[in-house]
Design a protein around this ligand. Sequence first.
Ligand SMILES: [Zn+2]
Length: 110
Amino acid sequence: MRCRSCQREIGEGAQFCQSCGARQAGGGPGRRLMRSATDKKLGGVCAGLADYWDMDPTIVRIVWAFVTLLTGLVPGAIAYLVAWFLMPEAPYFSMPAAAPQAGAPGTGPA
Ligand SMILES: [Zn+2]
């Protein structure tokens, strides 16, 4: 497949372009709904949803807060906690050009 931004050939199912770092829409077979490890205000649920839907995390947070307020706080809070509990956390290094480096010292938080 080709990067939708720079049109360079990138790996099949890649979520990020190795050349320009652009995130690829549509997602590959490895696309999963995961909490964001790098962009989170609380549990990373909203950022994870935003990532999955290819949206701005702030928009998701605003919508979530809005819906939560409209429904009387409890359903939204419960939904958040359930999502927090059920959604796996994304690998810490899920940013562009972050190919796993086996054996490299200092990868990930200790
Ligand atoms: Zn690119």
